[in-house]
Every structure is written in structure tokens, then in C-alpha cells.
Write a protein that binds this ligand. Structure first.
Ligand code: AMP
Length: 543
């Protein structure tokens, strides 16, 4: 017989599946969930709350991800892929990819869609697959932690990510077996984690200094509406550069012969770099620290010699000051684009491990003239915000859209336009325009009897189209024969709430039209995503 009590429905919290928030970072990723109204950061089996975004492929085995994969970086450099976020959604000839090709030990090769791919042990992987392995790993951690299947996620991307990069990240989520509820901007997520916007109307600055990159975003928050008003950044300014300066300071204390020894030895350089990073972290807590590296070099008789030096916080501050200053030059840029001054900023959010550093906290406070919000761990704040948004969106889905959740309004990170005959980029949508948005512009034919026109869509601020990032192209055919200038063509641009761009060209007189939806020109087709999703779901990754 049934116990009458067992007919009661379980509490709402137990019945609802959970949606996770994922901060898919360049160096590290974090996954969070909201349970019983509380944000929880999900650890791995060893208790780590941040997980290296590293995927390592062994011969014929399933890849390993996270901290274990990190250990493979020295043992299996060609099979261990890191920093893939720098490459995802870009073209093979973009500056960032060319730069990476010269600096990473793994093999970057051209893919079918003019995209970079990674070749490991004779298999070629798209960047979407690499990121999918990271996402799948995070999903498996969440499943183990929650003891339930996890399907829904919000994934964050930098505010400056273009259409291709957003779409490629979304595809990576799909391949990982997730239903991506939304791709949201990292600074927006950070502001959400601090509960900004609850009945306030203000500007917020999100200062994000991580291991390898710096980003500053200015948000306008009006109640539930979050608008990224401007963003600026330096993709090659981060904690690693601080470590490098401390390392240079250490090197300068060695004799010339010992400096030569260190330069020749990758393992000595690695030891020094670790010690420099350690010292930097310690100086966030104490006034001075002793840097010690055992067996760094050999003396004339071949005996190991240790390195020891004292570094005070004052010295450290002097050493890294040029880097700190550079971040504020970038802040100036973002504020100018947002047409505000530091004093207009009502809330200041710190993101990234480097913002634990006291010199950064003090300098940021000086620049903006207010204390930064520091309550949430700066490594975790983006993923916590993503989890809040994921929970809102899932709740809204389950209640048939009735739950208000938080409405996020974003802006176009870069200008969008088309190439003109002279090779210039004719802008149709300026950067920092709120989305969704749409616009149109009229063009004419440039040659007598022209029967078709090629529309090439570019994203970027350069005057010449070729200096910008090409998002795609299409051809409007069947133009009526006429002298040049007689045929009028209207080009329409539309950007939806997810930031996906559609472009249509229409001959004004005949109504003949052609269009494309710019679903990541360097991306995978819907069928490729589906096949990879199935392939991955059969893999036993052994989590
Ligand atoms: P993220 O990419 O956000 O994980 O940031 C990692 C960077 O933050 C690395 O350069 C770390 O060395 C740095 N970092 C982490 N903790 C501290 C700390 N307590 N003090 C100074 N820097 C730190």
C-alpha cells in the first residue's frame, strides 16, 4: 500500500533540472550552478574550482582535460592543446592565428572553411571540437556534483567576440551535448554576479585582468537591462607579463655566464617562471618575500647552485608599474568610446586572478575614484553570473516565458559593413550599436550591363575592407541590364538578440533578392555539428 505522503509532489527544487553557467576561459574555465538560490562553484574530484582549458590527446586514447591535461604540457607538447580560445572562430590568416602558429608547440593547419584546425597524431580537429572537450568535461563535473544529467547551459564569451567566434562557441556547446540557452558577455555575467542593476540605473566598469589578457567593459545598467556600452582590451597583457618582468629582475642578478645557462635551459627558465609567479602571489599578502630556486645553475666546478633573492612589494610595484599603466590607457579608450569619465562609473567590478594583486586594486581605486566590489572571488565571478542567467532562462522556459528573468541587451563589438568597388569598407552598423538592430543602405552598379553583384561582409574599424575580418559573402544575380549607376540595390543588415547577423541585398526595381545568415563563415555546418555531437556522445572519456 502506498503511504499517502509519497503521493505528494517532491519540492520544486528537487523536480527542476539544473542549468549550469560556464566561464570558458583562455587559460582556465569555471562551472557554477544555482541551488536553492545559492551560487555553488563546482569542484573536480581533487577539490579544484578552476580547471585548465587544456585538452591532451594520447595515442589512440580518449583525450584528457583539465589539471591532468596540464601535466601533459611538458610530456606531450604536440598533443596538448591550450589557449584554443585565441583561435576559435577566426580565419587561418588572421593575425592572432598567425601569431599562435609561431608560438605554440601543437600543429595548426588550414581547415575546409578557411578556419584553423589542430592536427594531433594524424587526426585533424576543429577548434569547436577542442572546446567541446573542455565543455564536456565541465558538464561531467557538474553531473557528478549534482548527481543528475545536465543539459542546459549559459556560456560566456568576451564582449569583443564577433559573430563567428560566438557561433563557434555555441557549436562547441552543442557538440558537448549541451543545449546552449544563451551566449552572454563575460563582463555582463560579472555584473550579474554582483546583483548590479537591482533597481538602480548606473554605469559599471568591469576590469578584467587574467593570466594572458586584459579587458575593460563599460556597462549601462537600467534595472533589468544590461547594455555593454563599450569594450576595449589588450589580448596580450596579463599576469604572464607580470611574471616575465619579475623573471627579468631575477635574471639581472645573475652573472653573465649564469644568465647564458638559464637561457639555454628550458627547465631552468620554467623553474624561474614558477618562482616569479609564486613571489607575485605572495606579495598580494605580505610586504616582502624571499625568492628561492634550487639547483638553478652550475658553478665553475659543475656543482648545482641555488638562486636566492628578496623582493619587496615596493620593488615589485616599481617593476610592474609600466604594465599597470598600460591597463589604464586601455580604460581611457573604453571610457572615451562610452562618452564617460571615471567619475561617471557607479560600480566597479574586478575579474581575473590578477585583480587579487594589491597594486592593481589600489591603482584601479585611484583611477576610478571609488572602491572596487570584491565580495565574489574574481576567478569565479563570471561563471557565477552565467549560472544566475542560466537559472533565469531555464525558469523562464519552464514557465512558458512568463518569468521575467534578466533581459540582457548587448552591443555590436565591432563595426559591420560591405566592401565597395574601390576596396573601402562601407559601414552600415557602427560598433557599440545596441542589438537587436537593423539598417539599410542603397548602392548602385559600377559597370554597364552588370548582371550580378558580389556582397562581401566585413567586421572591423579599418578603412580598407581587406584590413578587416571577412564574415562572409554572397552574390545577387539576375540584375536587369542597364547602364552603370542605373540599377539600385538596397543592402539590409539585421542583428538578432544572440548577435547573429543576416544580410540581404535587393534590387529596388525588380525586387530580386539574395541573402545570407552569417552563421560563422569559418564555422561548421549544422550537419557537421550534429555528427560531432553524436561521435562525442559515444566516446567514453572516463570522467
Ligand atoms: P585567470 O586567468 O583569471 O585565472 O588569472 C590568472 C592570473 O592571476 C595568473 O597570472 C596568476 O598568477 C594571477 N593570480 C592568481 N592569484 C593571484 C594573487 N593572489 N595575487 C596576484 N596574482 C594572482
Amino acid at each position: 500500500m502506498l503511504n499517502p505522503g509519497s503521493l505528494d509532489p517532491p519540492p520544486v527544487e528537487e523536480r527542476m533540472p539544473h542549468a549550469i553557467g560556464i566561464d570558458l576561459g583562455t587559460s582556465n574555465s569555471v562551472v557554477s550552478v544555482i541551488r536553492n538560490g545559492v551560487a555553488e562553484v563546482i569542484p573536480d574530484a581533487q577539490g579544484n574550482r578552476t580547471h585548465p582549458s587544456v585538452v591532451s590527446f594520447g595515442h589512440g586514447q580518449n583525450p584528457i582535460v583539465g589539471h591532468e591535461a596540464m601535466l601533459q604540457m611538458n610530456l606531450n607538447p604536440q598533443g596538448t592543446v591550450y589557449s584554443s580560445k585565441r583561435l576559435i572562430g577566426r580565419t587561418i590568416d588572421s593575425e592572432e592565428v598567425v601569431r599562435a602558429t609561431h608560438s605554440v608547440p601543437y600543429d595548426i593547419v588550414p581547415g575546409e572553411h578557411h578556419d584553423p584546425r589542430i592536427r594531433v597524431h594524424d587526426r585533424v580537429y576543429s577548434l569547436q571540437e577542442i572546446s567541446a572537450h573542455v565543455l564536456r568535461y565541465l558538464r561531467s563535473l557538474a553531473e557528478a556534483y549534482l548527481d543528475e544529467p545536465v543539459r542546459h547551459a549559459v556560456i560566456t564569451v568576451p564582449a569583443y567576440f564577433n559573430d563567428n567566434q560566438r557561433q563557434a562557441t555555441r557549436d562547441a556547446g552543442e557538440i558537448a551535448g549541451l543545449e546552449v540557452l544563451r551566449i552572454i558577455n563575460e563582463p555582463t555575467a560579472a555584473a550579474l554576479a554582483y546583483g548590479l542593476g537591482e533597481e538602480r540605473d548606473e554605469y559599471a566598469a568591469v576590469y578584467d585582468l587574467g593570466g594572458g589578457t586584459f579587458d575593460i567593459s563599460i556597462l549601462r545598467i537600467m534595472g533589468d537591462v544590461f547594455e555593454v556600452v563599450s569594450t576595449a582590451g589588450d589580448t596580450y597583457l596579463g599576469g604572464d607579463d607580470f611574471d616575465q618582468l619579475v623573471m627579468d629582475y631575477m635574471l639581472a642578478q645573475l652573472s653573465e655566464e649564469h644568465q647564458r645557462q638559464v637561457r639555454r635551459s628550458p627547465s631552468a627558465r620554467l623553474k624561474m617562471r614558477r618562482a616569479a609567479e609564486q613571489a607575485k602571489r605572495e606579495l598580494s599578502e605580505v610586504e616582502e618575500t624571499t625568492i628561492k630556486v634550487d639547483a638553478l645553475v652550475k658553478d665553475e666546478r659543475g656543482y648545482d647552485q641555488a638562486f636566492t633573492s628578496i623582493l619587496t612589494r615596493i620593488q615589485y610595484n616599481q617593476i610592474v608599474f609600466p604594465l599597470v599603466k598600460r591597463t589604464f590607457e586601455v580604460c581611457d579608450e573604453a571610457l572615451t568610446a562610452a562618452r564617460c569619465t571615471p567619475r561617471d562609473i557607479g560600480a566597479l567590478v574586478m575579474v581575473g586572478g590578477m585583480t587579487r594583486s594589491l597594486i592593481i586594486q589600489e591603482a584601479v581605486e585611484n583611477y576610478f575614484g571609488r572602491e572596487p566590489a570584491l565580495g565574489v572571488n574574481p576567478d569565479e565571478v563570471v561563471s557565477v553570473g552565467a549560472a544566475i542567467q542560466a537559472e533565469n532562462l531555464l525558469g523562464s522556459m519552464q514557465s512558458g516565458g512568463r518569468s521575467s528573468g534578466t533581459l540582457l541587451i548587448d552591443v555590436t563589438p565591432q563595426s559591420l559593413g560591405i566592401a565597395t568597388v574601390a576596396g573601402f569598407c562601407e559601414r552600415l552598423i557602427e560598433r557599440n550599436t545596441s542589438i537587436p538592430t537593423g539598417t539599410s543602405k542603397k548602392f548602385t552598379t559600377s559597370v554597364d550591363g552588370q548582371h550580378e553583384v558580389k556582397i562581401e561582409v566585413f567586421q572591423g574599424e579599418a578603412r580598407m575592407a581587406s584590413d578587416n575580418e571577412k564574415l562572409g559573402q554572397f552574390i545577387l544575380e539576375g540584375l536587369r541590364p542597364a547602364p552603370r549607376g542605373d540599377v539600385k540595390i538596397t543592402v539590409y543588415f539585421d542583428i538578432d538578440g544572440d548577435g547573429i547577423v543576416s544580410v540581404t541585398a535587393e534590387e529596388s526595381e525588380t525586387g530580386q533578392a539574395a541573402s545570407i545568415r552569417l552563421e560563422a563563415s569559418t564555422g561548421l555546418s549544422a550537419d557537421e555539428v550534429k555528427d560531432l555531437r553524436e561521435e562525442l556522445s559515444f566516446d567514453n572519456l572516463g570522467f
